[in-house]
Design a protein around this ligand. Structure first.
Ligand SMILES: *[C@@H]1O[C@H](CO)[C@@H](O)[C@H](O)[C@H]1NC(C)=O
Ligand SMILES: *[C@@H]1O[C@H](CO)[C@@H](O)[C@H](O)[C@H]1NC(C)=O
Length: 304
């Protein structure tokens, strides 16, 4: 309640709710249109929990699709290249409208949990590319994102945010249900399930079975040679992307994202949670995590 008042005072929007999942109110207002979205069989849907490496995988996918042609990858900022299906902020065209206007084959983006995905994606047997990132780093990254993005609620102080995140009271709902949901459907649908932490361990040899970029390419029906693979590894490295105006959100006005508070591309590392979690918070988190993740064999690497 106090946080709600605080948000109103700061002019930050409130979240709405669909089936117990918090989503931006403008998304909730468009929910019927989002649910009846018509997927096409050749759609590729990039799926992530917020702050799990979405922009990163989008750039990797685009570079593969454009055969490494950097000029083509610069045709638009990355968040405009792939319509974000549940995004709605009138009077701008919604994600659904952008996707409808796009010729096939389309690459689309979503943060929706499995249970809220428009059913036509399953019916059309689309390809899904899911990137999962460990919960602790997602929490830290989400906290800094909510500090700087003016179109999401203010996170409040870290210790309060910590509790809200654990309780799943953040946009797109609980992290645990999100990753477990996508993990569960991966064998029933065409899902390539990747881990952010594995993507960080780049092994730039096309023959390396652990080469995550090559896995993405093969999933898209392509095979990268050494030269192209190295080019993609380089252009999608954190430092290069941070300086890429088509990736770093530099065109977004300060009234929407204030990058002087925290840059959109902040650190891109594994294990930054250790600089934020207290020992007591870590213990509480681990206890809760064990309960919520019981019964799944999904394991995460929390540090490299
Ligand atoms: C984004 O990239 C441009 C071009 O390299 C750079 O001038 C700008 O400072 C970067 N913006 C941020 C917020 O890092
Ligand atoms: C874990 O479970 C998933 C789905 O339930 C299954 O596909 C996978 O093979 C299992 N992995 C291991 C290492 O047991």
């Amino acid at each position: 309640e106090e946080l709600c008042q605080d948000n109103r005072r700061k002019g930050r929007p409130q979240l709405g709710e669909v089936e117990g999942i918090l989503l931006s109110q403008s998304t909730c207002n468009e929910w019927q249109r989002i649910q009846s979205f018509q997927a096409r069989p050749d759609d590729l849907l990039i799926c992530t929990y917020p702050k799990a490496g979405t922009t990163w995988i989008q750039e990797i996918v685009d570079m593969i699709q454009q055969d490494g042609d950097l000029e083509k990858c610069k045709r638009a900022p990355v968040h405009h290249r792939h319509p974000f299906i549940e995004w709605a902020r009138p009077p701008q065209p919604s994600g659904v409208e952008q996707a409808e206007a796009m010729p096939s084959p389309r690459t689309l983006k979503t943060h929706l949990p499995v249970k809220l995905l428009p059913p036509s994606f399953w019916e059309q047997k689309c390809k899904f590319l899911y990137v999962a990132r460990n919960a602790k780093d997602c929490m830290v990254s989400y906290y800094h994102f909510q500090r700087m993005s003016k179109v999401v609620p203010d996170p409040g102080p870290w210790h309060e945010y910590f509790e809200m995140f654990m309780a799943g009271k953040v946009g797109w709902g609980p992290w645990h249900d999100h990753v477990k949901g996508w993990w569960k459907v991966k064998d029933m649908h065409c899902v390539l399930f990747l881990f952010y932490e594995d993507m960080k361990k780049v092994m730039p040899s096309p023959q390396d079975p652990k080469c995550e970029i090559q896995k993405v390419a093969q999933f898209l029906g392509k095979n990268l040679d050494q030269e192209l693979l190295e080019k993609i590894v380089y252009h999608t490295s954190f430092d290069v992307m941070k300086d890429n105006p088509m990736a770093n959100r530099s065109g977004i006005p300060v009234s929407i994202m204030d990058q002087s508070i925290s840059p959109f591309m902040r650190k891109g590392t594994v294990g930054d949670w250790k600089n934020h979690f207290t020992v007591a918070q870590n213990e509480r988190f681990e206890d809760d995590y064990e309960k919520k993740m019981a019964g799944t064999n999904l394991t995460f690497c929390m540090e490299l």
